[in-house]
Design a protein around this ligand. Structure first.
Ligand code: PEP
Length: 252
C-alpha cells in the first residue's frame, strides 16, 4: 500500500505569526509518527517563514494554487518554480472553492497540473460533485470527467507523483461527511478510470485521498476503507490537537 498522505489546507487563514505558532504545535504533536506523509498548505504569505521552521522536520509544504506559466506579466500569480523555490513539494489544484469563486475550468486545472509536474511539484488534484449532482445520480460521471480532463496528457511516469482528492462539495466545511462507503465507492470508480487511462503499473502508487469535514472523530472509519489513501483536511487542520489526532489515525 502507498504511504498514507494527510494534508492540511489552511485556506485564507493565519497571519505569519499565527501560522508559525500552529506549525510548531503540529510539529511537536506528531513527533514519533512514522509511515505517514504529513503536508500543510499555509497561505502564500507564510510559506517562506514556515519553510524555515520546518527544516529538519518530516512535514512537507504545499501551495494552495499555482499558475501554469513560468513567468511574465500575470499580476498576482505564482509559478510552479516559485513554489518550489519557497520550499513546496506539493500543490493543491482545482479545489472546489477555486472552481466556484474563481471560475476555474478543467482546462485551467489541467494546465496547472502539467506545469507543476514539469517543475517537480506533486499535484493534489481536487474533484467532487455538488449536492444537486449527487441527488440526480450524476456524481460518478461528473467526477470521471474532472479526473479525465484534469489528467489529460499526463505521462505514465508522472502518475506516481499525482494525488487525486475526492472532495464532495456538499461535505466541505459543512460538517457533513460522506459515509466512508460512499467515499470508497467513488474512489473505486476513480481507480477504475485510472486503470483505463494509464495502466496498473503506472497508477499503483497514485494516491486517492478523501476530503470533506474530516475530523478526529471520523478519521479512523475513513482510513479503514481499502481505497482511501489519506485525507485532505480543511477546518480541522487549524487545530494542532485535532490535526495531530488525524495524523495519528488508528489503523484497522
Ligand atoms: C477542504 O477545504 O479541502 C476541506 C475538505 O475542508 P473541510 O475539512 O473544512 O471540510
Amino acid at each position: 500500500m502507498a504511504t498514507p498522505l494527510i494534508a492540511g489546507n489552511w485556506k485564507m487563514h493565519m497571519t505569519i505569526n499565527q501560522a508559525a505558532s500552529l506549525v510548531l504545535k503540529i510539529r511537536d504533536a506528531i513527533k514519533g509518527v512514522h509511515d505517514v506523509e504529513v503536508v500543510v498548505a499555509p497561505p502564500f504569505t507564510a510559506l517562506h517563514h514556515i519553510n524555515y521552521l520546518l527544516a529538519e522536520t518530516p512535514i512537507q509544504l504545499c501551495g494552495q494554487d499555482v499558475f501554469w506559466e513560468k513567468n511574465g506579466a500575470y499580476t498576482g500569480e505564482l509559478s510552479p518554480e516559485m513554489l518550489k523555490d519557497v520550499g513546496c513539494h506539493y500543490v493543491i489544484i482545482g479545489h472546489s472553492e477555486r472552481r466556484q469563486h474563481f471560475h476555474e475550468t478543467d482546462e485551467n486545472v489541467n494546465k496547472k497540473l502539467l506545469a507543476s509536474l514539469k517543475e517537480g511539484l506533486k499535484p493534489i488534484l481536487c474533484v467532487g460533485e455538488s449536492l444537486e449532482q449527487r441527488e440526480s445520480g450524476k456524481a460518478i460521471s461528473i467526477i470521471r470527467k474532472q479526473v479525465a480532463e484534469g489528467l489529460k496528457n499526463v505521462s505514465h511516469g508522472h502518475m506516481k507523483d499525482v494525488v487525486v482528492a475526492y472532495e464532495p462539495i456538499w461535505a466541505i466545511g459543512t460538517g457533513k461527511t460522506a459515509k466512508p462507503e460512499q467515499a470508497e465507492d467513488i474512489h473505486n470508480g476513480i481507480r477504475e478510470l485510472l486503470y483505463d487511462m494509464f495502466n496498473l503499473e503506472a497508477v499503483k502508487e497514485t494516491r486517492l485521498i478523501y476530503g470533506g469535514s474530516v475530523k478526529a472523530n471520523n478519521i479512523d472509519d475513513i482510513m479503514a476503507q481499502p481505497n482511501i489513501d489519506g485525507v485532505l483536511v480543511g477546518g480541522a487542520s487549524l487545530s494542532a490537537e485535532e490535526f495531530a489526532r488525524i495524523v495519528r489515525f488508528e489503523k484497522t
